[in-house]
Design a protein around this ligand. Structure first.
Ligand SMILES: Nc1ncnc2c1ncn2[C@@H]1O[C@H](COP(=O)(O)OP(=O)(O)OP(=O)(O)O)[C@@H](O)[C@H]1O
Ligand SMILES: [Mg+2]
Length: 375
């Protein structure tokens, strides 16, 4: 159910207990979509070598880092466990990394489990009752916990107790079992799905935001150093600008650039290598890949900028609606290239500019700068 890691164990590799990522809907675009925020099992293993191990090593996110540092320092000074911590934010921004850092900073070991791995309340009761005093229990994808387990967790987090139900029906009785004081660290990409009672039991919530280019450059420079390569500043800037504000994507692109430099270049990670490698992987200067551009092109050229329904748009690019909605659209909306309107998806002026088109080319001028349709 869970694995135990010592805080100072830098060789953490096994993650067998963690469930596979939710089915990757981008699969028809090739096994590896180089700019997706999520990661598969193999990549997660590769990532562990690049994870910062302490708060001071954790790049960016100054607000969360500062707040968390206070929570942890206060707990250390008091000699007890800190409040339970909830970390929310899109994939690849550092939630798992921070959970591991929390345990490391507290000098305790980390137990890892996840919402989908806990099928029954009893599974969670078993995990909780095997915790040692002060340990950190990391519950990844906590929004996917089953309801009975969730209810058990409420009591465990608040009163450090689980009620073991013995027997069935009218004869059933609850035997309270007290738990050691532990710290729950929950991670979720969907904080909105957490029921309020669960959310309220976390004394501290850290929301991770996308990273700016300067922070991503620092992530890249640090990763290159750990990989034993010399990344030129111009190459770092180039990769950072195409990484969608996400350290995981930055690290992945760095590995692809290193591949290119080793195989087709002279091993130097300079601007030329970065541009050539990213051209091979069809990641453009804003971090859009083939699927993103196909969606934009369909929207602009086939539908005159929209509005067009999600299903129609998906069929046009030969994809499932879910793929377009969960894989391409969030970034396109965030970048201001697509807007959602009650009548469907609309290309913004920026989308036309990005494709090197003008709205009039398709005979439509129904899109204005704000991305809303003029009726
Ligand atoms: N602030 C950071 N500084 C340096 N590297 C980072 C930072 N945040 C994340 N990374 C790197 O990005 C990778 C992904 O981070 P992590 O696994 O913590 O993301 P996550 O938020 O847990 O994603 P998911 O929601 O998919 O589980 C890690 O390997 C780590 O090396
Ligand atoms: Mg994670």
């Amino acid at each position: 159910m869970t694995e135990r890691y010592d805080a100072d164990d830098a060789s953490r590799t096994g993650r067998a207990d963690e469930p596979a990522e939710p089915q990757d809907p981008s699969s028809t675009w090739g096994l590896e979509r180089v700019v997706q925020g999520g990661a598969d099992e193999l990549e997660r293993a590769a990532e562990s070598a690049l994870r910062p191990r302490s708060l001071s090593d954790f790049v960016g996110q100054p607000v969360v880092r500062d707040q968390l540092s206070l929570v942890l320092q206060a707990a250390l000074a008091r000699g007890g466990p800190p409040d339970h911590v909830l970390l929310s934010g899109p994939p690849g921004l550092g939630k798992t990394t921070l959970a591991m850092i929390i345990a490391a900073e507290l000098g305790v070991s980390l137990r890892v489990t996840s919402g989908p791995a806990i099928q029954h309340a009893g599974d969670l009761a078993a995990v909780l009752s095997s915790l040692a005093e002060g340990e950190v229990l990391f519950i990844d994808e906590i929004h996917r916990l089953a309801r009975p387990a969730e209810e058990l967790l409420y009591v465990a987090m608040e009163d450090f107790r689980v009620d073991i139900i013995v027997g069935k029906g009218a004869g059933a009785s609850a035997i309270p079992l007290s738990l050691p004081r532990f710290t729950a660290v929950g991670a979720t990409t969907r904080a909105g799905l957490l029921p309020a009672p669960l959310r309220d039991r976390f004394g501290f919530t850290g929301h991770l935001d996308f990273y700016d280019a300067a922070d991503l450059e620092r992530v890249l420079t640090r990763s290159a150093r750990l990989l034993g390569t010399d990344l030129h500043p111009a190459a770092a800037a180039e990769i950072a600008s195409r990484s969608r504000g996400t350290p995981r994507i930055a690290n992945r692109l760095l590995r692809r650039v290193r591949d290119w430099a080793d195989v087709r270049g002279d091993g130097t990670l300079d601007l030329d290598a970065a541009q050539a490698a990213l051209a091979v992987y069809e990641v453009d200067d804003r971090g859009l890949d083939r699927l993103d551009r196909a969606v934009l092109r369909a929207l602009c050229l086939r539908f005159g900028g929209g509005p067009v329904g999600l299903t129609t748009l998906a069929v046009t690019v030969g994809e499932e609606p879910e793929t377009v909605e969960t894989v391409a659209e969030p970034f396109l909306v965030r970048e201001g290239l697509i807007a959602r309107s009650p009548r469907g998806r609309v290309a913004t002026a920026a989308a036309w500019v990005h494709l090197g088109l003008t709205p009039s080319e398709s005979g439509s001028s129904a899109v204005d700068l704000s991305g809303t349709t003029r009726l």
